[in-house]
Design a protein around this ligand. Structure first.
Ligand SMILES: Cc1ncc(COP(=O)(O)O)c(C=O)c1O
Length: 382
């Protein structure tokens, strides 16, 4: 049997990882500024994370949600404290798409409505509702097409107001990434998020903060939406939550009450997943990684802004993107093969940096030296 070929891949086999570094099967070392797509939050194979999972594995790895799992409550309390959303309620699942699917569904159960507002260039996942709210026709199968999703331009307050005016009481929810990831690191403006909050309040709609990529401390705040100083009704989270262990969730504001059987899952919140997620939060706090994301992110952004060839450097904390002009189109590839540095991308011309939140300043410095060197070589070739 062959694998179902769904992605173009880099010709490299990683066999070992530690902190912000990975090694291939030939022993070559790479600096990882991609974090396996923003997943590695506390650093690859962090010893505390490994130990917590190993210890749990010795006891019990899985049992279904038909019994008490105190680790879930422990996780809910810890997550509430670290995120500052102590009065929210946690529902655990397994992936970002599933988290958003449940968030959109919960909003519709709550207000009995069907319409969803999403934004141009959004990415919310590949399951039916999440993909319907994703602005990329290539991902949407005919069966997922829905008249219930309205796409609006990001940060356009007038369009948002107009849409609420027209559709008023039909709008169930507004779903927005605090910083669009797949779409190319586009930051939702503070006033725009405030406007979403006030329009949702006015019209009885649910504000859903997709924090799957931009959350979990990556921007220096636990949720990047919180830069706006207003709360969302539901936050979805995944990637950084387990540092590579598949675990995801939504947290739901207290006014949205649960009803048995509206949501459910077999694997979500299993013992092993909770142990991994707890280990991540413990390290995040212990090693003050949100502060590190702020300071190393600031350094990277300032250094990148000073490189004249790179345009429109943007993002927050350790979620940074910049535009690469046509003459430097090989930059990402050259960083990987010449400098042994993994970065992310966003088509057609954006490089994305999504490293571990424990990225050291000296690694950031190495990246800046390397990118300058590669730009110099590419400019010299013209
Ligand atoms: C903002 C956002 N939401 C949702 C998802 C979907 O997450 P998953 O791939 O875990 O289903 C992603 C994945 O890239 C994402 O970036």
């Amino acid at each position: 049997m062959n694998l179902f070929d769904v992605y173009p891949i880099n010709d490299v086999t990683i066999v070992k990882a530690k902190g912000s570094y990975v090694w291939d099967d030939k022993g070559e070392q790479y600096l990882d500024l991609y974090g396996g797509h923003a997943v590695i939050s506390i650093g690859h194979t962090h010893p505390h994370w490994v130990k917590r999972i190993e210890d749990q594995l010795e006891k019990i790895a899985f049992y279904s949600n038909s019994i008490k799992i105190p680790l879930q409550q422990e996780l809910a309390e810890k997550l509430g404290r670290v995120s500052g959303k102590e009065d929210y309620q946690l529902f655990l699942c397994n992936s970002g798409a599933e988290a958003n699917e449940n968030a959109l569904k919960m909003a519709s159960f709550y207000n009995g409505r069907k319409k969803i507002i999403a934004f141009n260039k959004s990415f919310h996942g590949r399951t039916s509702l999440a993909v319907a709210a994703t602005d990329n026709k290539n991902y949407i199968a005919p069966v997922n097409e829905s008249d219930n999703v309205i796409f609006l331009p990001l940060n356009d307050e007038e369009a948002l107001e107009g849409c609420f005016k027209k559709n008023g009481k039909q709008i169930s929810s507004v779903i927005i990434e605090g910083i669009q990831g797949v779409g190319g690191i586009n930051v939702a403006e503070i006033n725009f998020l405030k406007k979403i909050r006030s329009l949702c309040d006015e019209h009885g709609a649910v504000y859903i903060a997709d924090s799957v990529q931009c959350g979990y401390g990556r921007t220096g705040k636990f949720f990047s939406h919180d830069f706006a100083g207003v709360d969302a009704d539901i936050y979805s989270m995944a990637k950084g939550m387990g540092n590579g262990f598949p675990v995801a969730g939504i947290i739901i504001a207290p006014h949205i009450r649960p009803k048995h059987f509206q949501l459910g899952t077999t694997f979500g919140g299993n013992h092993l997943a909770c142990a991994a997620a707890l280990a991540v939060l413990e390290v995040l706090e212990e090693e003050k990684l949100m502060g590190n994301a702020t300071s190393v992110g600031k350094y990277l952004k300032e250094e990148l802004e000073a490189i004249p060839e790179l345009k429109n450097v943007r993002g927050r904390g350790l979620m940074i993107g910049f535009d690469v002009p046509e003459e430097l189109k090989d930059l990402k590839k050259n960083l990987l093969w010449n400098q042994k540095i993994f970065t992310g991308e966003s088509k057609p011309n954006v490089i994305r940096l999504l490293p571990s939140l424990a990225l050291k300043k000296r690694d950031a410095e190495q990246f800046i030296d390397s990118i300058k060197e590669e730009i110099g070589l590419l400019v010299g070739q013209e």
